[in-house]
Design a binder for this molecule. Sequence first.
Ligand code: GTR
Length: 424
Amino acid sequence: MKKLLPLFLFFLIPSLFAVQEEANYDEALVPEYTLPEILVTQSGEKITDTSGWINTRRPEILQLFKDYVYGNSPEGNIKTTSRIISSKDSALKGKASRDEVVLSFDNGKKILELNLLIYLPAEAVGPVPVFMGLNFYGNHSVSAETDIQMPTAWIRNNAGLGIEDNRTRNSIRGIRAERWQVEKIISRKYGLVTLYYGDIDPDFHDGFNNGIHGLFSDGEKGRTDTSWGSISAWAWGLSRVLDYLETDNRIDSGKVAVMGHSRLGKTSLWAGAADPRFALVISNDSGCGGAALSRRAYGETIKRITTSFPHWFCERLNNYRDDLSALPVDQHMLISLMAPRPVYVASAEEDRWADPRGEFLAAKIASEVYSLFELEGLPAETMPSVNSPVAGTIGYHVRTGEHDVTAFDWDQYLAFADKHFRNK
Ligand code: GTR
């Protein structure tokens, strides 16, 4: 053992330094890079019209993201049932109805349950458009209302919240109400559908036993380097919620805006790309592996993210950690997969880790696909100044402040939804 120790340190010490490599925040040090062309196929064919996009290049890019970035979700069917566990006509002081619904997935051996929280405007006439998004801390953290069920699944213990048991779970009731702005959403006649992301897949690397992965396969057994990671699993869950919303006639399931923040913004983009039923897609500060161009390597890098969060992506992405030039995609192509649907990308000035400029550029370049549809993508030649939103069929803003979701962000999402869902 003593003899092995120096050898062990020889390998360990450099790898510690590798993980802690300083992030680059200097625009002058962004490496030179060439982005893959959105409108040139793998075999070199130039796409010039919508049918080439719809039939050839879009499916190709989608498959590349499955095979190189997020992994392939299983096709297999799983028995799904739903039950309403609470229903209230006068939530939010009479302004909304509120339902809690459990979606249950059964593979014959294991059952997984997702808990939905649904707020709808009380005075709605006919089916309403909704915002749908995953939350980080449980449905009870989203609203100040004190009688919302707490999650029973694994929950995060970070950000100094100290969540360990049910008592402390209870103490974080309403802690994320600022980020969800449910009163504002309801007052603008939209609904809100949310669920806890840890219900779908707990956010740590357990060898793919727990969460929805464990219902489709037995841990690592049978997995390949293109099998689904956690972002794909969370996105899969969002699609199953959409299946359910299609059965609720109070909701306009043709007008569901999927929204997410940070890792859940990466997830909303992937959900919107993989499932074209999402009519509008919103990425809030999604950064690396979300809206930001990976090849800029500004702030968080692919090397860093796949090291810190090895369960988020498919394993194949690890092969490109040290050289992204051979990766057949970059994130402008992810945004392009929404076309011709509206997509909004939001950054925060102080959130340099997420590379605001890289998010803007990706959204801007994706506009070329919107042009095929004779739609204006992002109407900005250069990055807009702070707190100056721009919106065509692609919207973008960089607001002042930190990595967060604020009332300002929601004001833009609501205006963007009004523009595209209500022609306002
Ligand atoms: C960070 C991670 C980011 C982002 C963020 C979050 O630690 O590096 O990519 O996803 O977490 O989701 O809060």
